[in-house]
Design a protein around this ligand. Structure first.
Ligand code: NAG
Ligand code: NAG
Ligand code: NAG
Length: 350
């Protein structure tokens, strides 16, 4: 007995850490592979389970029913005066807001004056699901060169919060009036670190949540490799200092956090609660961050995950709620972007 205990202590001392081994990768399936040069950027999920996908290099909103076999990905709507779309968020049941712009992938910026906000309303398609959603122009964010993540204000459905990855700011957009201004900036949490790829995008993914009656925005900063949150007031203003909840430091040095999804899990009372986020991280990672312990579980799959840009859980059935959908930005091969896939990660057993 004593011998066994010493052997264990020696084993622990030799490995220098109590860290448990990483669990095996969850199963990852390809749902759809998009044509070359379709840099997928963001996902929103309708209540009927259909996914809405944006691409920075194609000015169309795509839809996919991920529950069918080999589903097609038709374009629902193509936006004028734009080369691609970025953030998308549901603002009220089955009405979404999204960002369009004229993008230059090499610089990660849009032409000044080109960034616009639109709404896409599916409530008009309820009686006839084959009809097109109603698309409305809201406003331009004329002074920004890159709006990346988009989130509805945690409590006010009229307000959008939009992450500016160049300025290190969150813009506020009133969907009814089209009024636009900077809600707040945060040099420590939101800024970029340089001009090269990997450094030229600061605040990136953005999600809003209410916790214990208080509104928060959660964000990833790609350049700084950090994930955090800031409390916001009813008008989208900043309350207090933000908090860093996770960093790549000491985890994976080359990891670039992009957009993310809250993991929901029913607790005993049947209320949904987020214990963790799943982040898409370049070049080939998915990272689960436990929001209580800060522990990170890094899934690394260089074959399937090709510059993953965003993640979202399915809706509808229990199985869909444990399926994480992930978009790939893709990688350059001989002048083309390839491997722009929609993937499904089955977390049922995890
Ligand atoms: C597209 O841009 C042109 C030129 O700036 C402008 O005249 C036109 O109204 C725009 N179209 C839409 C639908 O915004
Ligand atoms: C991820 O996998 C690739 C390919 O096997 C490997 O080169 C890379 O080091 C891995 N990253 C980490 C953090 O282990
Ligand atoms: C996609 O890009 C790759 C790499 O450049 C190329 O080999 C392939 O032929 C392209 N596919 C199509 C359908 O053009």
């Amino acid at each position: 007995m004593k011998g066994l205990l010493s052997a264990l202590l020696v084993a622990i001392a030799t490995h220098g850490s109590y860290a448990s081994p990483e669990p095996p990768n969850p199963p990852i399936r390809t749902i759809h592979t998009f044509p070359n040069n379709t840099f997928l950027e963001n996902i929103a999920v309708r209540a009927n389970g259909n996914l809405l996908l944006t691409s920075v290099t194609v000015p169309s909103l795509f839809t996919i029913d991920p529950t069918t076999t080999n589903p097609p990905a038709p374009a629902l709507h193509t936006f004028p005066n734009a080369t691609g779309l970025t953030g998308i968020t549901e603002i009220t049941p089955d009405i979404f807001a999204l960002v369009t712009g004229t993008w230059d992938l090499s610089t990660g910026r849009a032409a000044l004056g080109s960034i616009a906000i639109w709404t896409v309303d599916f409530t008009t398609t309820l009686l006839d699901p084959t009809s097109s959603p109603k698309v409305n122009f809201v406003t331009t964010i004329a002074e920004s060169t890159v709006i990346n993540g988009l989130a509805r204000h945690p409590t006010n459905p009229r307000l959008l919060l939009a992450a500016d990855s160049a300025r290190g700011a969150i813009w506020r957009v009133d969907v009814l009036t089209g009024a636009v201004d900077v809600a707040f900036e945060d040099a420590a949490l939101f800024t970029l670190t340089g001009t090269e790829s990997g450094k030229n995008l600061g605040i990136n993914g953005l999600k809003a949540r209410v916790e214990h009656g208080k509104g928060y925005v959660y964000f990833g900063n790609l350049a700084k490799g950090l994930f955090g949150r800031v409390r916001v007031d009813a008008e989208g203003g900043k309350v207090g200092d933000g908090e860093v909840l996770a960093t790549r430091k000491g985890v994976v040095a080359d990891m670039e956090y992009d957009d993310f999804a809250f993991e929901t899990r029913k607790n005993v009372g049947g209320r949904k609660e987020g214990h963790a986020v799943w982040m898409a991280a370049h070049p080939s990672y998915l990272v689960r961050v436990d929001l209580r312990s800060g522990e990170q579980w890094v899934v690394n799959d260089t074959e399937k995950l090709s510059k993953p840009t965003s993640a979202a859980f399915g809706r509808g059935s229990r199985k869909q709620e444990r399926t994480l959908y992930v978009t790939n930005g893709g990688e350059q091969v001989e002048g083309n972007l390839v491997n722009e896939r929609l993937l499904a990660v089955d977390l049922g057993g995890c």
